[in-house]
Design a protein around this ligand. Structure first.
Ligand code: 13P
Length: 340
């Protein structure tokens, strides 16, 4: 294992308070988002949209790494330049989603396990040769009546740890994403309890599989009440619950925590990340950063709407959200940034 390479990659992608841009929606997920806006669900539409993202002027000022999907890492700009080359020239490290999706977990109604370990060693070698320096694997944990089960948490944590060990062997930094999803009526406190249990199990499995936690990134959910709970916690409540949960369950040797946005409105995701950094940054052992998909892309996607004429305006919106989240890493984000 090239431990120095892993550490250097983490330092590079989070330097200058940058974060990750997740643009690794599978074809199915990307098509669903296009469908809602009436955008054609074709290979060419997906390519054109990803070209818009990777060619956004100045994106590398606030984005240190971009997570790609298998289709996208093999695509090019309309002039033939590979996306990987465009990203590297913009100072953005390419990453790759390597799981093959969350499938129904046998014997556990309402729960899922993420697949993709078969043949992973060979796929990682290929992605490394293509220029990827980090990878992502997302596990999904639902809260509900009697959920999550220990069986679901353990199966997902074990798969995450096996994936992470294979990544490190191949020279790729594993982004370890156990997502406690926001769907449901649960309280903030229930989310905190489940997130705590999930993270403890994940780190126990990572240690068992001899993953070096210094050479990984954790991509967790923020601690939030369920979307149908009707509860509106304050920024301070979210920041307190999230940070106190991580202080108990995430080893200090982990260099960076990069949140997923999970369906929060873009401005809420920035404000909550900002509250955590503004209040706690100087006392935390790990960097608190972002790895958002929807909370960076959604405004830009809606402006683009499939039309070439809207590309420049959409790129401006993407650049703006990326800058807001960089400011949130510094604890310097404010509502005024949105109206300026
Ligand atoms: P969201 O920020 O839209 O939750 O996506 C992050 C991600 O990469 C999910 O795997």
């Amino acid at each position: 294992m090239n431990f120095q390479l892993l550490k250097d990659t983490v330092s590079l992608i989070f330097a200058d308070d940058k974060g990750l841009l997740a643009m690794d929606e599978s074809n199915g997920t990307c098509n669903k988002r296009f469908e809602k806006l009436g955008i054609p669900q074709t290979v060419e539409s997906r390519r054109a949209y990803r070209e818009l993202i990777v060619t956004t002027p100045g994106l590398g000022e606030s984005i240190g790494g971009a997570i790609l999907f298998d289709e996208t890492i093999r695509q090019q700009k309309s002039d033939g330049t590979p996306f990987v080359k465009v990203l590297i020239e913009a100072g953005i490290t390419p990453g790759i989603k390597v799981d093959t999706g969350a499938k129904e977990l046998a014997g556990h109604p309402g729960e899922k396990v993420t697949e993709g370990l078969d043949g992973l060693r060979d796929r990682l070698q290929e992605y490394f040769q293509m220029g990827a320096r980090f990878a992502k694997w997302r596990a999904v944990i639902a809260i509900g009546e009697g959920l999550p089960s220990s069986g679901c948490i353990e199966a997902n944590a074990h798969a995450l740890a096996r994936y992470a060990a294979l990544c490190q062997e191949a020279g790729l930094v594993p982004v370890v994403e156990p997502e406690v999803i926001m769907d449901g009526e649960h309280t903030l406190e229930q989310c905190r309890e489940v997130t705590d249990k999930v993270l403890r199990t994940v780190f126990s499995e990572l240690f068992a599989q001899r993953v070096s936690v210094e050479g990984m990134v954790l991509k967790p959910n923020m601690v939030l009440p369920g979307m149908s709970s009707g509860s509106q916690p304050t920024l301070d409540q979210v920041a307190d619950a999230t940070v106190s949960c991580f202080l108990r369950s995430v080893p200090a040797a982990v260099p960076a925590i990069a949140f997923l946005s999970g369906g929060q409105p873009a401005e809420s995701a920035s404000a909550r990340l900002n509250a955590m950094n503004a209040r706690f940054k100087s006392r935390l052992p790990w960097a608190l950063a972002f790895s958002f998909a929807r909370a960076i892309q959604q405004p830009a996607l809606e402006i683009w709407n499939g039309h070439q004429a809207n590309v420049a305006a959409a790129q401006k919106a993407l650049y703006h959200r990326a800058r807001c989240n960089q400011a949130a890493r510094r604890g310097e984000y404010s509502q005024e940034m949105e109206t300026k």
